[in-house]
Design a protein around this ligand. Structure first.
Ligand code: GLU
Length: 495
């Protein structure tokens, strides 16, 4: 064992995912907080892979972890891929350290071998459940004399259990929650080292955070109930614990723990769904932290300058997809014009159906790109928003849609379409511009005896296949004379 942490003035934080699947947004939030904490304090941020649960390993998730962090723009100073002075940074490569620590704990009497079989433990749990008792190890192997334990270890498989205190309290000083006291009598002896020689999280965490000189363990609130275990292991080993910060639970609109349905999917699904990394970073960091009580848009620079755990609140954070769409829309608006067309081209190609011929018409995209910028919540909305520009006819729609939003019936739609055809037919191909189109369509208010906003939905449907969409006059200008008139005729025929 190396010496305990003596100097907490250097902030060293870590993200310690278990590669058991692609990291979900809730989990990545922890990485962001730990990273921001390190960067805001000129500290170091480490990446460590906690792969001790060999049965649940998903090898591809290691790459997904790297990719998720890189996509968000999170960099690390030490980690499995880049090494560092406290490696290796993969737990399965550190087994000897954990085994040494387990032996050390046994030598001190703070841990003991447990020879209970899986069957016996299952039966014990079933009996506890039937008797409505709290689950927990009943302590059968606690008092096996040392000599007997050593002798049995030669022929029987065993785990190493940590001997928890049975009286008094263990108090966690949590940076976010203040002091949290746990009754020792309610704790049970947990497995620190499994029979396969792998540690559990409860042991590995202590060894690694100590060895890697971690100053602050920043982790999800689901670990708070394990904190007394961790504090007692630190104490038994004579080590100074890290500071702890348990981040608030993330809840969905139903106020329940975020689930797959309420948005807790892989971060990379959001990448594939057309969210911008900066927007996602902004959104995720607001799940528990705030700059002040009013700022919603927080740049990366502001975050890395101002982040502090003091401004993290303990109460649950709401994962609000509407807010994410709002933020994403704001970040989309901020994309420089020079980059925007390329993004539109990339995402149009990605999200338009295969029935639309490739390569896509770049000139058309260039004209349509500015219309999109203010209007789409995600880049994945680009294809659906542009689709009506491609092909001779508008995307299919039910005929009722032509009048549903006009406040009238088929007669209204018929009049609107007929008048629009007549007015637009009067514009020559050379003057087919948005302004002329606008004048012609606004001019229908008189003959139709109705306001533009009342009848315009019929034209949206005829042209774009939907009563809302990209601005009509510009769209008609881009679509061109022939196709516009053809679509209006087709709509009229449909009515
Ligand atoms: N491997 C643990 C997890 O993914 C790490 C928790 C921690 O940060 O200490 O939840």
């Amino acid at each position: 064992m190396k010496s305990p942490i003596v100097n907490l003035s250097e902030v060293r934080t870590r993200y310690a995912p278990s590669p058991t699947g692609d990291p979900h947004v809730g989990n990545i939030r922890t990485a962001i907080f730990a990273w921001a904490m390190a960067r805001a304090n000129n500290g170091k941020f480490l990446l460590r892979l906690e792969d001790t649960d060999q049965a649940r390993l998903v090898p591809s998730s290691v790459d997904a972890i790297y990719e998720s962090l890189r996509w968000l723009g999170i960099d690390w100073d030490e980690g499995p891929d880049i090494g560092g002075p406290h490696g290796p940074y993969v737990q399965s490569q550190r087994l000897e350290m954990y085994q040494a620590a387990a032996s050390n704990l046994m030598a001190k009497g703070a841990a003991y071998r447990c020879f209970c079989t899986a069957e016996r433990l299952d039966a014990m749990r079933a009996a506890q459940a039937a008797a409505k008792q709290a689950p927990g190890y009943d302590g059968r192997c606690r008092a096996i004399p040392a000599a007997e334990s050593a002798a049995r270890a030669r022929s029987e498989p065993f785990t190493v259990r940590f001997r928890m205190k049975t009286a008094g309290q263990t108090v966690l000083h949590d940076i976010i929650r203040g002091d949290v006291a746990f009754e020792n009598a309610l704790q049970d002896d947990f497995v620190a080292l499994k029979s396969d020689g792998f540690p559990t999280y409860h042991l590995a965490l202590i060894i690694d955070d100590t060895d890697m000189r971690i100053s602050h363990a920043i982790r999800g609130e689901e670990w708070i109930s394990s904190a007394p275990k961790h504090l007692q292991v630190y104490e038994a080993l004579g080590l100074q614990p890290t500071a702890f910060a348990h981040l608030p639970l993330i809840v969905g609109p139903d106020r329940k723990k975020l689930s797959k349905r309420s948005g807790d999917t892989a971060l990379l699904d959001y990448a594939r769904g057309g969210y911008l990394p900066d927007a996602m970073l902004n959104f995720l960091v607001l799940l528990g932290w705030s700059l002040d009580d009013k700022t919603t848009i927080i740049s990366r620079e502001q975050l890395l300058q101002h982040f502090s755990l003091e401004r993290v609140v303990p109460n649950p954070a709401l994962f609000d997809l509407e807010k994410l769409h709002y933020l994403n829309g704001q970040y989309i608006r901020d994309i420089p014009e020079a980059d925007w067309l390329d993004l539109v081209a990339t995402w149009a190609d990605r999200t338009l159906p295969p029935t639309v011929a490739r390569p896509l018409d770049r000139a058309l995209l260039a004209r349509a790109a500015p219309l999109l910028k203010e209007r789409i919540p995600t880049l994945a909305a680009i294809g659906p928003a542009l689709q009506f520009f491609f092909g001779d006819s508008a995307p299919a729609y039910p005929r009722e849609l032509l009048w549903e939003k006009t406040g009238g019936g088929p007669e209204t739609a018929k009049a609107v379409l007929a008048e629009a055809i007549a007015a637009l037919d009067g514009i020559g191909a050379a003057s087919w511009h948005a302004d002329e189109v606008q004048t012609a369509i606004r001019g229908l208010e008189g003959p139709l005896g109705s306001k533009l906003r009342k009848f315009v939905s019929a034209l949206y449907v005829a042209i774009e296949g939907s009563p809302t969409g990209l601005p009509l006059f510009d769209s008609i200008a881009i679509l061109g004379r022939e196709r516009t008139l053809a679509r209006l005729q087709a709509a009229l025929a449909l009515v």
